[in-house]
Design a protein around this ligand. Structure first.
Ligand code: NDP
Length: 280
């Protein structure tokens, strides 16, 4: 039996609708949630992401400002802007679009965003809170994966979860969130020996590698839930995930498509975090 589809497009639309209603409630109390997005330089992919985030905010009634700075902006100038936004009462969330130009230290920049406004959840303090299970913002992409499962009635409790990839923005926080939900978690990476064998143990398999279709059906346990975070451009137009969809879908019970799986969830979670920041 081929797998059922974890429909990120539809679930993201549901989340955006919930956010819209929450924004309306906050507005009745005189609070308009506000998000500031900072873009340095003219990376074409970043421009698309920033435009999409701005549009998504407008659709749900979140006030959104985009600060577009030239590539030659100094680190000091960028930090000044962030400090200004930290003190701006109209702004509840601050997002600095990565990657930044090479002369700017991303770590310093992210660490300058005040904890209360770190809606991307990348600052060391927020990550620390995530690890110890304290109040924090969940990083948007892994949070999106969790909500996909929650809204489909998939409970990680007691399951064996394998996360392939250990980046700070996806793999590591994903593993922490699964652990917090009582999964037994294995994290795999480029030095893992016998990746296929590790993957075959997974009741829940999350792929966040950045290698087109590298997880194939023979690496998947019968009935597993497969979440594909990867977005890889092959050729001119085609997007594929890190999972080989056709073969994996023959084994999995649930699987995310690419596009239309995790991707749409990421922006929806940013909106959710911004509203949460305003509510706090
Ligand atoms: P990174 O490049 O930062 O991390 C990739 C990870 O995969 C690393 O931990 C690396 O291991 C591991 N890896 C690389 N090759 C192998 C291999 N052959 N076997 C096992 N592990 C391997 O990527 P990101 O986490 O930022 O992103 C991962 C993917 O998710 C990308 O395709 C990206 O485009 C996509 N993405 C999608 C988002 C969405 O909204 N859907 C948001 C963010 C990312 P090591 O640490 O040892 O180098």
């Amino acid at each position: 039996m081929p797998a059922q589809i974890l429909d990120g497009k539809q679930i993201a639309a549901e989340v955006r609708e919930e956010v819209k209603q929450e924004v309306a409630r906050l507005k009745e109390q005189g609070i308009t949630p506000g998000l500031a997005v900072v873009l340095v330089g003219d990376d074409p992919a970043s421009q698309v992401y920033v435009r999409n985030k701005h549009r998504a905010c407008e659709e749900v009634g979140i006030y959104s400002v985009v600060h577009r700075l030239p590539a030659e902006t100094t680190q000091a100038q960028l930090l000044d802007l962030i400090k200004q936004l930290n003190n701006d009462p109209q702004i509840h969330g601050i997002l600095v679009q990565l990657p930044l130009p090479g002369h700017i230290d991303e770590k310093t920049v992210i660490d300058t965003i005040t904890l209360e406004k770190d809606v991307d959840g990348f600052s060391p303090a927020n990550v620390g809170n995530l690890v110890i299970g304290d109040k924090c913002f969940y990083p948007c992409t892994p949070h999106g994966c969790m909500v996909l499962m929650d809204k489909t009635g998939i409970d990680p409790k007691g399951k064996k979860a394998v996360v392939v990839g250990r980046s700070n923005i996806v793999g590591k926080p994903m593993a922490m969130m699964l652990l917090a939900r009582h999964a037994t978690v294995t994290i795999c990476h480029s030095r893992t020996k016998n990746l296929a064998e590790e993957c075959r143990q997974a009741d829940i398999l999350v792929a966040a590698v950045g290698k087109p279709e590298m997880i194939t059906g023979d690496m998947i346990k019968e009935g597993a839930v497969v979440i594909d975070v990867g977005i890889n451009r092959v050729g001119e137009k085609k997007l594929v995930g890190d999972v080989h969809f056709e073969s994996a879908a023959q084994k999995a019970s649930w699987i995310t498509p690419v596009p239309g799986g995790v991707g749409p969830m990421t922006i929806a979670m940013l909106l959710k975090n911004t509203v949460e920041a305003a509510r706090r």
